[in-house]
Structure formats: C-alpha cells, structure tokens
Ligand binder design. Structure first.
Ligand code: ADP
Ligand code: UVW
Ligand code: MG
Length: 412
C-alpha cells in the first residue's frame, strides 16, 4: 500500500494532506489534512483534521516561512498516534509537491537531480512560489528517505492553450531563446474543478466548458473549452492578470519605470537562489490589496466600511469582470457554468454576489439564499434557473496531485 503526502505551498498558506492509495482505479483515501494559513497576515493558524474529526485549530508561533510550516505539519502528522498507517516517516512512499512554474514540462515529473536543477532555473519566473516549493522538496528528500518526490505543476494544465493565446507580440527569436510566452497557473486546481463540475453537471469532461475563477491570495481566471484550458489570466509568471494579496496584477508595463528609477536594479530581497529585480519585488510583494487597503485578509476587505477596502474590493470585481467578459466571447457563449473557487471564491459570498449581479446580462443569476449558505459540498449551486449555471467548487489541489499519483502508481 502506498502512503502519499501531498504538499500545496501557496503564497499565504501551506496545505498538506496524507492519503493511502486504494485498489486499482479508485481515488486515494484521505487520512488527514493539515494547513497553516495566515503566512502573510500573522498570526499563523494551524488547522488539523483526521478523517472528518477536527483535531486542531490554533495559532502557531515561530513559523517564518513556507518551509517552517511544512516541517511543523510533517512533524505533527508523523507524531499523531491516531494515524495507524504512519508510525514513522519511512512509511511515506510518495511526496507530491505543487510547483507553480514547470516551464515546458507538460505533465508531472519525478524529481531527480536534472528536474531539480531545471526547476531551480525557473525560480526567477515564480518569485513567490518555486523557491519555497523547492526548499520543501529538499527538506522532504532529507526527511523522507523512502519517499519518491514528484512535482505537479500549476502550468501543465495550460499546455493546451493555442499559439495565438500563449504567444506574446515580441521578437520571436528572443522569445524562443528565453522561453518567453504565457504559461498560465493554478492548473492543478483547474483540473480538479473541471472534473468535479463535469461530474456535478453529469456531463463528460470532454464536453464541459466553464469560466473558472481560482481566487486566493493569488487569483486567476480560466476559460476551459471541452475540458481543456483555452486561456488563463496569469502569464509568463503568476504576476499577470488579476490583483492578489500582495500582487498588482496587470498594469501598463511602463508604469514600474515611473514608480521608481531603480526598477531594473536587483531587488534587496534577492537571494542566492532568487534573483528578482526591484520592479518584480514591488509588483509581486508590495502591491495588491495589501498596498491598497493595508491588509491581505480579504475577509476584512469584504466586511470593512473603510473606503480603502471598498476600493480594493471594487477593483478586484472590475478586473474579474474583464476576464469573464473576454472568456465568455472566446467560448462563444457556450458556457456550462461560471465557477468560483479558492479561499476567496469559496468564502466571499458578497464578492460572488457582486460579480454575478454584473453578469446578469450574460445569462448568470445569483440566488441570494443559496449564495449565503455555507459551502459544504465539493460543488454547490449558487444561482437561479438561468441560461448558465453559477457554482462554487471547493477546490483541492492536494487531492488532485494524490489522485494523479495514485493513478500513476496503478499504471506502473
Ligand atoms: N471568510 C473569508 N472571506 C473572504 N476571503 C477569505 C476568507 N477566509 C480566507 N479568505 C482569503 O482567502 C485567501 C487564501 O486563499 P487560499 O486559496 O486558501 O490560499 P493561497 O492563496 O495561499 O493559495 C486569503 O487572501 C484570505 O484572505
Ligand atoms: C499561482 C498562485 O498565485 O498560487 P497561490 O494562489 O497558491 O499563491
Ligand atoms: Mg493557492
């Protein structure tokens, strides 16, 4: 029997789930689930569930990085006497890592020396993510000597984007040499969402077309056509597209040079592993609703009467509407559903309401009573009878990686 550890290192949280692989062709069974959130809005908060039993929900001190969070959780899982399948770290046979930027890798990759160095080269393209994910990989290689480490990339799901969408209108020679194109991200989540919504709608995945919104501290929109990614709002890096907790999202590329004359200089935040310019540091880490409203907590922004929070809220609504409109046309109106997911998408009912009210002209209609209900199912309807469905999906990047790993296991 395989014991699969699934690690999702996000920009404001680290989520770790542990599964045992079931019989041939069955999805893996979750044994426990732990997350440390609030990494950008301390104090960090640990939640820990074994099966359906909520074991812990408490503040944790001394967590200064995603790596600290992962080590703390791993220690917790192994020491939890309630998990009979795990008596030591040696029982863990597979460690699945969410790695945001996989470059041209179209699918998951066992992490060997070559893969590790290839991913190190990509760190500069995902400054908030790849470096910490690789640090966690390195820690797992030491802490879990018996485990096979496998990287699942946020970018792989978007390898189906057509040329005219992934190509930037820049010098093709330089673009080719430096691999400068749109990659798109949150793909592990969009793969889970597409499969879950197809199941909910009782349609084959290959006939399911949706506009999906993964709204977390990093936020993106995705047009899925017949089960495959057509377009994603993120680009060469996760900076493009929608604003995030500390990220600007799309701005006029010239802006940064008017923001500071030091834009092109190395950022003071650069390290041995991470070479980012001052421009990237500002736009990735010192912008977004943190800069606008002084907090990365979108729950606060949604409920505050502070005009700065209202502006941050309205900006996010405006930018999301831009992508919904564009993707609705690109899908030629053949949209089975508009789907909200991610920490914000699943919890910010007011944001969903505002967006759906503006999308009434496209044939979406919010049902306030359903929209205000707690989201308990994997997929839940929040819309009225209308031309198109409006849904929430509790996305699960950890499960998606473990499922793909279990399938891979069963086919090897
Ligand atoms: N009740 C809530 N209402 C609105 N936003 C929320 C709520 N709870 C958490 N959030 C937001 O969810 C985001 C975290 O999203 P999530 O997808 O879980 O993590 P990550 O961005 O690290 O992948 C944070 O910006 C947080 O402010
Ligand atoms: C790509 C990205 O922004 O990921 P996250 O939302 O987990 O930070
Ligand atoms: Mg995330």
């Amino acid at each position: 029997m395989a014991i699969i550890l699934s690690i999702n290192s996000g920009s404001s949280s680290v989520k770790v789930s542990i599964y045992k692989s079931a019989a041939q062709g069955h999805p893996p069974t979750q044994l426990a689930d732990a997350s440390i959130s609030g990494l950008t809005a301390p104090p960090a908060q640990l939640t820990y569930e074994r099966g359906s039993e909520k074991i812990k929900n408490q503040e944790v001190k001394g967590i200064r990085s995603n790596e600290d969070a992962c080590e703390y959780i791993l220690d917790h899982l192994v020491k939890d006497g309630g998990l009979s399948e795990i008596t030591s770290r040696d029982d863990i046979t597979h460690a699945c890592h969410r790695v945001v930027h996989g470059g041209d890798y179209p699918a998951a990759h066992v992490i060997d020396e070559d893969t590790y160095h290839h991913l190190q080269d990509l760190t500069d393209l995902a400054p908030l993510h790849n470096a910490s994910a690789l640090a966690i990989v390195e820690a797992c290689m030491k802490a879990l000597p018996k485990a096979k480490n496998i990287a699942y990339f946020d970018s792989s799901f978007h390898s189906t984007m057509p040329k005219e969408i992934e190509t930037y209108p820049i010098d093709p020679e330089i673009a080719k040499k430096n691999k400068l194109r749109k990659y798109g991200f949150h793909g592990i989540s969009y793969a889970f969402i597409t499969r879950s919504v197809a199941e909910f709608l009782k349609k084959p995945e290959s006939e399911t077309s949706i506009i999906a919104l993964h709204l977390g501290s990093g936020a993106s929109a995705c047009a899925v056509k017949n089960g495959q990614s057509l377009d994603n709002s993120m680009g060469l890096t996760p900076l493009a597209g929608l604003p995030g907790a500390t990220r600007s999202g799309d701005v006029d590329p010239s802006l940064i040079f008017h923001f500071t004359h030091d834009a092109g200089k190395p950022s003071p935040g650069s390290t041995k592993e991470l070479h980012i310019s001052t421009a990237e540091e500002i736009l990735n880490k010192k912008s977004g609703w943190k800069a606008l409203a002084g907090t990365t907590d979108f729950g606060t922004i949604s409920s505050s009467s502070d005009p700065r929070c209202k502006l941050a809220f309205d900006i996010l609504v405006d930018r999301i509407l831009g992508f919904i409109g564009s993707y609705y046309v690109k899908l030629e109106g053949k949209v089975d559903a508009l789907v909200f997911a991610g920490g914000i998408g699943e919890k910010a009912a007011l944001l969903r309401k505002r967006i759906l009210e503006k999308c009434k002209c496209l044939g979406f209609e919010v049902d306030d009573e359903k929209n205000d209900k707690a989201i308990e199912d994997v997929v839940q309807d929040i819309g009225k009878e209308a031309r198109h469905r409006s849904l929430v999906c509790q996305t699960d990047e950890q499960f998606e990686m473990a499922r793909q790993c279990a399938v891979g296991l069963q086919t090897k």
